[in-house]
Design a protein around this ligand. Structure first.
Ligand code: ADP
Ligand code: MG
Length: 513
C-alpha cells in the first residue's frame, strides 16, 4: 500500500519495504519529489517536471496549487474552453504518482493512504478521496499531515542516517510546525512507543511558501515599475516570471544574508539587491499569522511551552531562518529538523498504511501503531435563536475533540402533523455560521402522520477518525429510525463525480515512452 503526500507544490510517494522501513519511491526522472503541476495540451496531459517547465512559456495551459482550491467546484482558470474541478487536477497528479511507483516497484498498486492538512475541512477531505478514486486508487484512509510527520518522527529508529533514536523510547510531547508551499498546520502530539495521541491542532489551509513568494513578487514588480515604464505583473508570462524569480530569491535568502536580483521582461532589465532583513520585513505579517495560530492553539487548549518536549519542523518553508527564530523566541527551545522536511509526511502516511493491515498475534497487537487524532473544526447545525430570531451555529462537536466522537442533538417538530424536519450541518465558522463549510442538509422526510407539536427528533452526528462525518436521525416517540438524506453524495458517486469521471477518462494522461 502506498503512502502519498499530495502537496500543494510537490508530492512524495513512499511505501514500507520488506525490512519494515518507510522508503521514498523515486519518480520516472529518478527524483524523490514530483512537482504538483499539470500541463493541459491539446492532445495530452503531463504532470511533474515537464509541466513545471511549461509555466515559463505557456502559463495559461498549466494548473498549479490546485490543492488550495479543493472543495470548490472549479479550478479558477479555464483550459481551452474546458473548466476542470480541483480534484480532477489532483487526480492527474495522483495517477502519475501511482504509475511511476508501479513502474519503479514492478507491481500494480491500487491502495493508498493520502495525507491532507489537519486544517482541511470535510468537503476538502472528500474531494481528496474523489481525486484518489479518479486516479484508480482505493483510498484506505486519510491522515493529517502533521500527524503523519509525528509518526515518522517517532518510528524511524534511525532518522535519516543520524543513527540516533529520536525519543530514546521515552514518552514525549511534540509540537509539529508544518509550513509547506500552500498550507500551514500546527499540532501537538503525545508519543508513547507506538501510541500517538494528537492533543490539539490548528492551522490555515491557505497560507504557505507561495504567499512569501507573492510578497517578493510584488516588491520586484514595484522595483521594475520604478526603473522602467512597465509592470511584469500585467501579463500572465510576466506574473509567472515574477513568481519563479521570487521563489529562487527566497531560497537564496535562506542560505545567505543578501542576494543579487537580475530579471528581464519585455526587453527591459532590472538589476538590484535584496537583503534577508528586507525580505523578512516584507513578509512579517505572514510569519505573524503563524505565530498567532501557535499561540492560539496552546492557549486555547491550556498547553504551556513547558509541556512541549520537542519542536519538529516539517515542510519546505521551515527552511526560512525566520521560522526557526520565531519558534525559538516563542518557546525558548531549539526547534529541530530531526525528520526530513520533504519526506516525513509521505513516510508517516506509508507507516500508517502498513499499520492498517490486520495483525494476529498478541505480540504484534502490543506493538501495533495506534493513532488518535482530533477534529480541527467545530461541527454544528444552523438554526435560529428562539429569542433573538437571529441565525446561529449550534456547535455539536467542539474542535479538538478526540476522534471518533459523536453527539446527539434533540430537535422538535414545530407544527402539528409535521411530516419533515430539515437540519443544515456545518463545519467551522463563527457563531452565526459565517464562513462555515456546508456539509449538507439532512432532511428527515418520512415522519409518521399526526405527530403532536414538539415531538422530539434526535439527530446523531459522528466525526470519524479520519475527519469524515456521518449523520443519523431517530424518532424516539415513534420508536424508529427516521429516514435521513444528506443532499450530497458519498465519495466516488453522484452526478458530479460521474461527470468528472467522463471528463477525466477523455483527457489521456501522458504514458511512459
Ligand atoms: P507542499 O507540501 O505544500 O507542496 P513543501 O513542504 O514541499 O510544500 O514546501 C514547498 C515550499 O517550501 C515552497 O514554497 C518552497 O519555495 C519552499 N522552500 C523549499 N526550500 C526552501 C528554502 N531553502 N528556503 C525557503 N523556502 C523553501
Ligand atoms: Mg506538505
Amino acid at each position: 500500500m502506498l503512502g502519498i503526500d499530495l502537496g500543494t507544490t510537490r508530492s512524495v510517494v513512499a511505501f514500507v519495504n520488506a525490512k519494515g522501513e518507510p522508503e521514498t519511491i523515486r519518480n520516472r526522472e529518478g527524483e524523490f519529489t514530483t512537482p504538483s503541476v499539470v500541463l493541459f495540451e491539446e492532445d495530452c496531459v503531463s504532470v511533474g517536471k515537464e509541466a513545471l517547465k511549461a509555466v515559463a512559456t505557456v502559463p495559461e495551459k498549466v494548473a498549479r496549487f490546485a490543492k488550495r482550491e479543493m472543495g470548490k467546484d472549479e479550478y479558477p482558470i479555464k483550459f481551452g474552453d474546458q473548466c476542470y474541478s480541483p480534484e480532477l487536477i489532483q487526480a492527474a497528479i495522483l495517477e502519475r504518482l501511482r504509475l511511476d511507483a508501479e513502474a519503479r516497484l514492478g507491481c500494480t498498486l491500487r491502495k493508498a493512504v493520502i495525507s491532507v492538512p489537519a486544517y482541511f475541512d470535510e468537503p476538502k477531505r472528500r474531494a481528496t478521496i474523489d481525486a484518489g478514486l479518479l486516479a484508480g486508487l482505493k483510498v484506505e484512509a486519510i491522515i493529517n499531515e502533521p500527524t503523519a510527520a509525528a509518526l515518522a518522527f517517532g518510528l524511524e529508529s534511525k532518522p535519516y542516517g543520524s543513527g540516533v533514536d529520536p525519543i530514546g523510547g521515552q514518552p514525549c510531547t511534540v509540537l509539529v510546525y508544518d509550513l509547506g508551499g500552500g498550507t500551514f498546520d500546527v499540532s501537538v502530539v503525545a508519543l508513547d512507543g507506538t501510541q500517538f495521541v494528537v492533543k490539539a491542532t490548528d492551522g490555515n489551509a491557505r497560507l504557505g511558501g507561495m504567499d512569501w513568494d507573492k510578497c517578493l513578487a510584488t516588491w520586484l514588480d514595484d522595483q521594475f515599475a520604478a526603473s522602467h515604464a512597465c509592470r511584469p505583473s500585467t501579463t500572465l508570462v510576466g506574473q509567472s516570471m515574477l513568481m519563479r524569480e521570487s521563489e529562487e530569491i527566497k531560497h537564496a535568502l535562506s542560505a545567505r544574508n543578501q542576494c543579487k536580483v537580475r530579471i528581464a521582461f519585455d526587453g527591459f532589465q532590472l538589476r538590484t539587491e535584496i537583503t534577508r532583513t528586507k525580505f523578512e520585513e516584507l513578509s512579517a505579517h505572514l510569519l505573524d499569522r503563524t505565530r498567532f495560530t501557535v499561540r492560539h492553539l496552546l492557549k486555547g487548549n491550556a498547553i504551556a511551552w513547558d509541556a512541549i518536549d520537542r519542536i519538529i519542523l516539517v515542510g519546505g518553508s521551515t527552511r526560512m531562518p525566520q521560522v526557526r527564530e520565531l519558534l525559538q523566541r516563542e518557546s525558548g527551545k531549539e526547534p529541530e529538523f530531526t525528520v526530513s522536511a520533504d519526506e516525513a509526511v509521505a513516510h508517516g502516511a506509508a507507516i500508517y498504511a502498513a499499520s492498517l493491515n490486520e495483525v494476529e498475534s498478541e505480540d504484534e497487537k502490543k506493538t501495533q501503531i495506534r493513532v488518535t487524532d482530533v477534529n480541527a473544526h467545530d461541527l454544528g447545525v444552523l438554526g435560529y435563536d428562539r429569542e433573538t430570531k437571529r441565525r446561529c451555529n449550534h456547535v455539536m462537536i467542539k474542535r479538538n475533540t478526540s476522534l471518533p466522537a459523536s453527539n446527539v442533538s434533540r430537535f422538535e417538530t414545530i407544527r402539528e402533523n409535521q411530516r419533515s424536519v430539515a437540519v443544515e450541518v456545518v463545519e467551522g465558522g463563527d457563531k452565526r455560521g459565517k464562513s462555515s463549510a456546508r456539509i449538507g442538509k439532512c432532511l428527515i422526510d418520512d415522519l409518521p402522520a399526526n405527530l403532536p407539536l414538539g415531538t422530539p427528533v434526535d439527530v446523531l452526528f459522528r466525526y470519524e477518525s479520519d475527519g469524515l462525518i456521518t449523520v443519523k436521525a431517530s424518532l424516539p416517540a415513534a420508536g424508529r429510525q427516521a429516514n435521513l438524506t444528506i443532499d450530497r453524495a458519498v465519495p466516488g458517486s453522484g452526478d458530479k463525480f460521474n461527470k468528472m469521471k467522463d471528463i477525466y477518462a477523455a483527457l489521456g494522461l501522458q504514458e511512459d515512452d
